[in-house]
Design a protein around this ligand. Structure first.
Ligand code: TRP
Length: 381
């Protein structure tokens, strides 16, 4: 069986470091591993419109932002097909047929959709500006996501844990389709980040999730100064008042980020962050820093300076590439246009097989002749 990846993001904003450790970094590694026959990276504009129907301009602008973030982070259009979801109309058609294989009750049980409906107050009938109610398209987006994945016969979906219910629902649709019609579709597996800390990076305020509306993100495109400023304002251990006090590492966002980004080599590069006027430390790895923080005597400022240096070390090459690409926007759109063309060809092939399996390929070569013959026969008795 071919080894095929499909994954993607909604273009509702620039990508942040949560996207990076949760999925993007891994995608680039997988892309460069040479282990995959095909890789499809989708900018899910149609899915973004399911709860942004009144704001197409926002979605349109963010397609470019996400594409810039992808290319800057190391996705290579020679190795990965980067495309725009709405440009592949076959996906809509496939969704329409999958709609028949899923119940309203099953969709209502999808935990991610449930949480998102709650977050957006769609269920709040008291909503004064009359926005209450869940758009049908939004409610059904797991079905459209199943179409995205299966149209490319992807067996691997690298994504964050919030996408687990989507992939689970896709697997159910695949089983249902294959057993009802014919074994055309491939059951995908989700590929979660290896380290738990990367599965859901908290916001700089310590809140469960990085999200644009909460204003607690560090973006891949933030300048070095912005990163320093945001790190300085970060949530640490509220009980760590005096430098000499013992500090808590668990639930301390600065350490959570270090867990996600820090490598031993960063200590050779940025060890000087731990040299102050009154105290200085020599650390070789993150465990030593944690031990000292727990024991007391290590100030938040030192670990924040170190984190800012580590983050900027990771983000600098991405920023440099972004600056270059920002000067060549026609190239970025050309990548998307070409990618969308390839994606259309792939999805069209699967749609053909889907229609044949569902016996809705009436006018395909050979099929029409056979149809005429059998149906005519019925009346010639
Ligand atoms: N739901 C994903 C997100 O919120 C985007 C997405 C759409 C996707 N279709 C997909 C992800 C298929 C993986 C596979 O960002």
């Amino acid at each position: 069986m071919a080894n095929i990846i499909l994954t993607g993001d909604r273009p509702t904003g620039r990508l942040h470091i949560g996207h990076y450790v949760g999925s993007l970094r891994r995608r680039v590694e997988l892309q460069n591993s040479g282990k995959f026959d095909k890789i499809f990276i989708m900018i899910a504009d149609a899915q973004a419109l399911t709860d942004n129907a009144d704001n197409p301009q926002k979605v349109r602008e963010n397609i470019l932002e996400v594409a810039l973030d992808y290319l800057s982070a190391g996705l290579d259009p020679e190795k990965s097909v980067i495309f725009i979801q709405s440009m592949v109309s076959e996906l809509t058609e496939i969704t329409f047929f999958y709609n028949n294989l899923v119940t309203v009750q099953r969709l209502q049980r999808n935990p991610t959709v449930k949480a998102e409906i709650q977050m957006r107050n769609f269920n709040d009938s008291e909503d004064a500006d009359n926005k209450a109610g869940t758009p049908v398209g939004f409610f059904c987006y797991p079905i459209s996501q199943a179409a995205d994945i299966t149209a490319f016969k992807a067996n691997v979906v690298p994504a964050g844990e919030d996408q687990k219910p989507m992939v689970e629902q896709t697997r159910e649709i695949v089983r249902k389709f294959n057993s009802t019609y014919a074994p055309v579709l491939v059951e995908p597996d989700i590929l979660l980040p290896e380290e738990a800390v990367c599965q859901r990076l908290p916001g700089t305020d310590g809140k469960a999730k990085m999200s644009k509306s909460l204003g607690n993100c560090i973006y891949l495109s933030d300048s070095a100064e912005e990163v320093v400023r945001k790190v300085k304002g970060m949530f640490t251990d509220p009980g760590h008042l005096q430098v000499s006090d013992p500090g808590k590492v668990e639930g301390n966002t600065v350490f959570t980020y270090l867990d996600a980004f820090c490598k031993d080599e960063h200590f050779e590069k940025f060890g000087s962050c731990f040299i102050g006027k009154k105290v200085s430390f020599e650390f070789h790895n993150l465990e030593e820093v944690k031990a000292q923080y727990r024991a007391g005597g290590l100030g938040d400022m030192m670990i924040k300076n170190f984190l800012a240096a580590v983050l900027n070390d990771t983000l600098e090459p991405i920023r440099v590439r972004r600056k270059e690409l920002e000067q060549n926007i026609p190239y970025v759109y050309e990548v998307l246009r070409k990618g969308s063309e390839i994606a259309c060809r792939e999805a069209a092939q699967t749609l053909k097989e889907i229609k044949a399996a569902m016996k809705i390929n009436y006018f395909d070569p050979g099929v029409l002749e056979e149809l005429i013959e059998t149906q005519q026969h019925k009346y010639s008795e």
